[in-house]
Design a protein around this ligand. Structure first.
Ligand code: SAH
Ligand code: SF4
Length: 366
């Protein structure tokens, strides 16, 4: 079910910087410039990040003159929610419209006590994995820190709006939406700092997983942050020839990627997850299990098998049967690997990330 978002869907002014992407120091500077006091900067931060205030009138204890002076210098949010799509299992996708007219997806996944949010980091993706909707039309641009943080603010507002003014309590964040996070670390790292602030959104490193298609240099830079984020590496195959067929732009070898993941584990002490998107007859054969076992032998990590979600514009690939997935998982386990299997989520037309955006793009050009 897709519905258009309500009256909040007006476009923000393009030229003002958005407060949602600023550090505490930057906000303090802005409030001082607007004639406010340091404690008012903290109040403003609290309104925006803890309460999720989306307009200036919501920041009730700030004097009107200060709100007006601030509104002339900054916007609270630069993006808006253009559509909300709720699947039968409760998975909720937001189509977020950016100030320049581009759009991205944000997905909320309920699972028992957990409420996980999946955010995008780029408009499209340059990596172009053959099975993925996000890379079909290449990459348009990197997201800004504000645009990454706002995905959380929007999701909290949408989920919390069922007769209750308090924003929904998200428990986990996965950076697994559109784009390759390691190609946008300059915006992602400050965004994650903002998201982790315990007085604001409050999702710390322990609750955050960043997924990468495996760029060893960038993974090393990511390891330099002072935080121990969880790392997921989309490996898909244990041998280079097959991996290059699935991730045609990849330059690093499987051995180099696994070495970078090991270095991350050694430095952070957080177990790395290897994701394998399973495609029938392509990378789910006995020999594929053997090569993964060899590539990961002796590395205390987890393999997460993800049966492929079909994508409208991608032909010639098939999702393996459940029995086939279980058989593959068993082979890996017999080879000494820890294995989890991701069961179907959002089992409708736009289940694979990137599909809602594709559908809206084609509707706009029909
Ligand atoms: N670019 C990063 C993060 C975004 S993709 C990366 O590739 O890791 C997040 C995960 O979704 C990756 O493991 C990716 O392989 C997987 N994925 C992409 N398209 C999919 C599809 N159609 N079905 C199942 N998984 C998919
Ligand atoms: Fe990009 Fe990840 Fe999709 Fe590959 S799977 S095209 S890296 S978003």
């Amino acid at each position: 079910m897709t519905r258009a978002a309500g009256p909040a869907a007006e476009t923000a002014p393009r030229d003002l910087p958005a407060l949602s992407g600023m550090s505490g120091d930057a906000i303090a500077g802005l409030v001082a410039e607007a004639g406010g006091k340091p404690f008012q900067a903290r109040q403003l931060e609290h309104w925006v990040f803890a309460h999720g205030a989306a307009d200036w009138d919501a920041c009730r204890n700030l004097p009107r003159a200060l709100r007006e002076a601030l509104a002339a210098r900054t916007t609270l949010r630069s993006s808006t929610v253009a559509a909300v799509d709720v699947a039968r299992d409760g998975t909720t996708k937001l189509l977020v419209r950016l100030a320049d007219g581009e759009s991205i997806e944000t997905v909320v996944i309920p699972d028992g006590d957990r409420l996980t949010l999946c955010v995008s980091t780029q408009v499209g993706c340059p990596v172009a994995c053959v099975f993925c909707a996000s890379g079909l039309d290449g990459v348009r641009r990197n997201l800004r820190a504000a645009e990454i943080v706002e995905q959380i603010l929007h999701a909290r507002t949408i989920l919390g709006s069922k007769g209750d003014a308090t924003p929904a309590r998200l428990t986990n964040l996965v950076v697994m939406g559109l784009g390759e996070p390691m190609l946008n670390l300059d915006a992602l790292l400050p965004a994650l700092e903002r998201i982790g602030d315990p007085d604001g959104i409050g999702l710390g490193a322990r609750r955050i997983t960043v997924s990468t298609s495996g760029l060893p240099e960038r993974m090393r830079r990511f390891a330099q942050t002072p935080h121990a984020y969880s790392l997921a590496v989309s490996l898909h195959a244990g041998v280079d020839a097959l991996r290059r067929r699935l991730v045609p732009t990849a330059r690093a070898t499987v051995a180099e990627i696994v070495a970078a993941a090991r270095a991350y584990f050694a430095r952070k002490g957080r177990e790395v997850t290897f994701e394998i998107v399973l495609l029938a007859g392509v990378n789910d054969r006995a020999q594929d299990a053997s090569s993964l076992i060899s590539a990961l032998r002796g590395f205390p990590s987890t393999v997460n098998l993800i049966p492929w979600n079909p994508v409208d514009r991608i032909e010639g690939l098939r999702r393996p049967s459940e029995a086939r997935v279980d058989e593959f998982a068993e082979r890996l386990r017999r080879g000494g690997l820890n294995v989890t299997v991701r069961r179907q989520r959002g089992a409708e037309k736009s289940a694979a990330c990137g599909q809602l955006r594709l559908r809206h793009a084609s509707a706009a050009t029909d």
